[in-house]
Write a protein that binds this ligand. Sequence first.
Ligand code: URA
Length: 211
Amino acid sequence: MSDIKATVVDHPLIQHKLTIMRKKDTPSKDFRQLLEEIAMLMTYEVTRDFPLEEIDIETPVAKCKAKVLAGKKVGVVPILRAGLGLLSGVVNMIPSARVGHVGMYRDPATLKPVEYYCKLPGDVAERTLIVVDPMLATGGSAAAALTLLKEKGAKNIILMCLVAAPEGIKVINEEHPDVPVYVAAIDECLNEKGYIVPGLGDAGDRIFGTL
Ligand code: URA
């Protein structure tokens, strides 16, 4: 795994919640709730280096200088459909973030990802985009989504996933070396059906109860 580059956000709370998500008997309601909570905790780490500036404020006791985020504009872009499961957690932490959506499907003939939906904030070039998708498996859809966002003008992108296969991280590192990757876990491998092993199954189905 030494040739792949990703930040593993291995806080005990995240690891505990992820283990519950992995269990096959965890119901959709709990799965969704845990995913939202992990998204909030991961956002804390993803935004760690966001710059601050000092402003003048007045507390009930005294005037002082205090820190606020330095006008950094953020966009959150879930990759449909499973990425929607991470959206509320990120937006809870960054309420001023604008939300874009990217939909990709895999062409059954070519096996290549194809865009079927894209709606982004108009000022996408001025925003730091946090692209969210719970499962980074082959990396094909995520890499295509990142390419699409760059074609639309995005200059500053972070990819945030829950569980990744080493293969998927490698694809993102190679095709988008400028995009930092944050994950809660790097699993063993992909199986012959493209599922992450041990993973947690189909994240979209588990979020939306479409099993
Ligand atoms: N997408 C999923 O939802 N799960 C996997 O294991 C791989 C891709």
